[in-house]
Design a protein. Structure first.
Length: 173
């Protein structure tokens, strides 16, 4: 106990939150104009093509910068639970300005405090969509493993504007 009658263990969540900040920062990119339905369909089509190529059944959601749904598609045979999960991954990636993989890695690294962040989805498969360095929305994919979902989402985002490995990297502290 310290002088204020509180346990020193209360510092642990705070320290974990600081560690999260170093590992999973938001992309430094500003928000741009919201993605329109035509570009959203293009991103979704690329993600679906990637899934079909690999024999995966997925649901794909594209959201605007606020996380609101712009376009959705679910392949035949995809589990019904993936409908909402894909939408939540897209919303999370847009609102937090980072791939949802950052949250998944944080939880795996014992940063379970992330589970308390409203709207943060700790599953790979949500990726911001960038055009001219600005986030115009995000794509979320669900139905496969986290890595498969992430692969499809990245292909979908890159169909709009190829970003290379820099796009998914968080800002340095």
């Amino acid at each position: 106990m310290n002088v204020h009658g509180k346990s020193r263990l209360t510092l642990i969540p705070c320290l974990a939150a600081l560690a999260l900040g170093a590992r999973a920062q938001q992309l430094p990119n500003p928000y741009g104009e919201n993605i329109g339905v035509d570009l959203a369909k293009k991103a979704a089509a690329a993600a679906v093509t990637e899934a079909k190529k690999n024999g995966w059944n997925v649901a794909v959601a594209v959201a605007d910068t606020h996380g609101s749904l712009v376009y959705f598609e679910r392949m035949d045979g995809t589990q019904y639970g993936s409908t909402l999960v894909a939408q939540e991954k897209a919303r999370s990636a847009a609102q937090f300005k980072r791939p949802t993989k950052a949250f998944e890695e944080g939880v795996k690294g014992q940063g379970i405090n992330q589970l308390g962040l409203p709207g943060a989805v700790p599953l790979e498969g949500g990726v911001p969509i960038l055009v001219s360095g600005k986030i115009i929305g995000a794509i979320g994919v669900s139905g496969g493993t986290s890595a498969q979902d992430g692969q499809c989402a990245t292909v979908g985002a890159n169909a709009i504007a190829p970003q290379g490995p820099q796009a998914a990297r968080p800002a340095k502290p």
